[in-house]
Design a protein around this ligand. Structure first.
Ligand code: TUI
Length: 310
């Protein structure tokens, strides 16, 4: 159902991933049969335009743009999305409500990330085409509820398709998501460990090395909760938060932290965003192999479930 709506082979979409999901990477995911997504992050309109042009040159398949709603450039980016005739927009870190009417007018599919039943209902009422329901297992900016608790509750309160996100990394997570009521999944962390992902090798190695308990949520005290690798920077940050240090001092620690991780490979002082599922990820594979593995093993997982019900 999501495949038909989005015109893709697998009901799998790529997470936004600011600073990471370039036009080249999004094209790789789309060419592999998923929905590739270019992350607008904090890019300017001109910078994003370049990524869109690269993506269009590398794939004829559909792709989308993720709009990070805390960006200062959101208005211009929404204009660009319409000018470039982009088919799908996902959003994160805020409510896209005021942009939905104009996007709909131009036939752009709008798929907001929602972290609660209340926001899910509001987005459906405002015309969202589907929802990404993301639990706090995810990497990056998170909320409080888990994927397991959130998906069935949202499912019971809306009539549009749901895409599950947060903590999904293989066919078991995929089938579990479908069981909870989702029609598809969004994946991020497992794609960090792909050949095509343009992050520093140290970042990929950190994902492979991470255990189940190796991520932590920083910034809760500032209302800016972000799940990252529990490295030196994260530990200092949490200490400062405990001492209730002011916002400026904390921001000094994280400023440019994601760029430090992605481009310089600084795994100790960088903001190394990844989800709790990192502990499951054990090898670097081509994106195509990752998608085929998730989709291809779903039937075997369902057989195992049937056995258990006998
Ligand atoms: O957006 C994400 N994940 C992100 S964005 C990002 S860039 C960034 N980097 C550092 C600090 C802050 C941002 C890195 N990772 N996921 C989707 C998501 N959206 N998770 C939670 C939400 C969310 C939260 C509140 C969506 C809507 C919302 O609404 C509040 C409201 O306005 O009602």
């Amino acid at each position: 159902m999501i495949n038909k709506l989005l015109n893709i082979k697998y009901p799998i979409i790529q997470g936004g991933m600011a600073n990471i999901a370039t036009g080249t990477f999004a094209a790789a995911v789309s060419n592999a049969g998923g929905l590739g997504i270019i992350a607008a992050g904090a890019l300017t309109k001109e910078e994003l335009k370049k990524e869109i042009s690269i993506c269009k040159s590398l794939t004829t398949k559909p792709f989308g743009i993720n709009v990070m709603l805390m960006s200062p450039y959101v208005d211009e980016i929404m204009d660009l999305i319409i000018e470039e005739n982009i088919k799908v927009v996902t959003t994160g870190a805020g409510s896209p409500g005021k942009y939905i009417p104009k996007l709909k007018e131009h036939n752009v599919l709008v798929i907001p990330v929602v972290p609660s039943v209340a926001l899910a209902k509001r987005m459906e009422k405002m015309g969202a085409d589907a929802l990404i329901v993301e639990g706090m297992e995810a990497g990056g900016h998170v909320s409080e509820q888990t994927t397991m608790a959130l998906i069935p509750q949202v499912k019971d309160n809306v009539n549009i398709p749901i895409i599950a996100a947060g903590g999904i990394g293989d066919a078991r997570g995929f089938v579990a998501s479908l069981a909870l009521g989702a029609s598809g999944i969004q994946i991020g962390t497992v794609l960090l460990a792909s050949e095509e992902c343009p992050i520093h090798q140290n970042y990929k190695d950190a994902v492979l090395k991470a255990k189940d308990t190796d991520t932590v949520v920083t910034g809760r005290s500032l209302n800016a909760p972000v799940r990252i690798l529990k490295n030196r920077m994260a530990k200092s940050y949490l200490e400062l938060e405990k001492e209730a240090k002011d916002r400026m001092e904390l921001e000094k620690l994280t400023l440019g932290g994601l760029r430090r991780a992605v481009f310089e490979g600084d795994m100790e002082n960088g903001s190394v965003m990844m989800g709790q599922i990192a502990g499951l990820v054990k090898e670097i594979r081509p994106v195509k192999a990752i998608l085929e593995d998730i989709y291809g093993k779903a039937n075997a997982v369902m057989k195992e479930i049937e056995e258990k019900l006998k």
